[in-house]
Design a binder for this molecule. Sequence first.
Ligand SMILES: Cc1cc2nc3c(=O)[nH]c(=O)nc-3n(C[C@H](O)[C@H](O)[C@H](O)COP(=O)(O)OP(=O)(O)OC[C@H]3O[C@@H](n4cnc5c(N)ncnc54)[C@H](O)[C@@H]3O)c2cc1C
Length: 462
Amino acid sequence: MSGGKSWNGEAFWGVGFEYDPQWLLTEEQQRLQARLIELSATAMRANAEESDKGFVFPRKNFELLAKEGLLGLIVPKSLGGRGESHACAAMVVETIARYGCASTAMCYVMHLSATAALLLHHHRNPKLQDLLRRLDKEVLVGTLSISDPATGSHVWFLLSSSAEREGDGYRLHKKASWTTSGGYADWYVAQTTSPDFKGNYANFSIWLLLADEVKARKGSWNGVGLRGNQSGPMEIDGVVVPPDRLIGPAGDGAGSNDEATDPYFMLGTAACWNGVSMGAIDIVKRHTTRKTHADVGLKVADYPSIQDYVGNALAETNASRALTYQIAQAMDRVTNNNDWSIHEDIAARPRTTLVQWSWQVKYVAAKNVVAVTNDMMSAGGGTAYKPELGLERYWRDGRAGWLMAPTNEVLRLLLGKSALLGFEELDFWNQRANQRLLRSELKKLNPEERKALAEELLAPSA
Ligand SMILES: Cc1cc2nc3c(=O)[nH]c(=O)nc-3n(C[C@H](O)[C@H](O)[C@H](O)COP(=O)(O)OP(=O)(O)OC[C@H]3O[C@@H](n4cnc5c(N)ncnc54)[C@H](O)[C@@H]3O)c2cc1C
């Protein structure tokens, strides 16, 4: 049973709509979902294989998405976009990852997250409005450039960057260790310390840069999975930009991340991993229902162990999807269905109240995709190990979820620490000493060591 889902004019070979939360979608969103499945069947899935084999950036898939108006999915209708909701964005990403191409889905998540950063502050900035209007017409793909080579997963800590006043504009420097779509995107949302930076790394700002203003090592990406992603290093090497490239007020970096970039990144990546999980289950259904063992005359799908794998994978993945969509709907509720006009009041930060929920959404989906794709590889037997089945790509692509910042180790700590000790204890920018830890360590020093430490601390050079 495919529950009415079709693939190239025939019944879909994977899991049908009866295991999809269709009731969450409006009729228009269901039509969009069906169109994306059709595009996947006719082009995007084949393009995914090409991307995977040759580390090819999925520009062809972005051209298809732009024709459907999907680069402006969350852009208000008044600016020529589709004016869609968080829940719809989650559905679109999940559908692309499941039926089409996970690399495209992840590059698209970065595009949506970068678009959200522009939307938060576009009201007073004609440059941003102009770009938002042209996204689909000119296939203008955006991305985020954050990760700093010096601080690894602590992507909020921008050690290798600076911004200085230069005439009317600003001179920017930044080194980024990873940038999805790096060298292939048309525009970049990049973060640096603020122009008035005086040592407080919580004070950072967000900038719009265009393709010819960044140095990216095009084609240098070499990853286990998501091979179309081109997440290579990037540099902004003293580029001078006009004042309208500052997105929002100087110093609003952390606030903008909490309100725009991170909610879309967390929801989007979770939707991507949920799609990869469902896509792996689809392939196992196709394979195990078609293959029989001649000696016993049974399909592989007849074995209880395979049914058990698939039953567990479906239930766990749908738990993750339910959480993702629930938090997407919570964001829709607090933003009047993703109405960006509420941000004309710069103090309006409703998504920020849900930040701990976004963390959980990403954590659960990224944890689940590792377990599910691993089980699906087992359910597929030795054949799953061969690229022809198409399953091992989902396994490799899904592995990135856990590692992408905030990594699942970091998320667990953020959640546990904030729940136990309060959000103020999170101390992202190393500003609060843990006095309990400090005193506990000091207790271990003998009198001579204490004296030496005291002298060191009191020395003028300290
Ligand atoms: C496919 C892919 C695409 C990416 N795309 C982008 C992108 O578009 N833009 C971007 O900015 N970045 C991107 N990244 C980078 C990503 O977001 C992380 O910054 C990066 O994966 C961190 O790698 P690292 O080797 O520096 O990890 P490290 O920071 O060295 O981490 C090593 C280990 O230490 C753990 N760890 C680190 N800090 C802590 C802590 N405080 N507490 C407990 N454990 C900790 C980690 O969880 C991990 O297990 C991408 C990564 C991948 C894999």
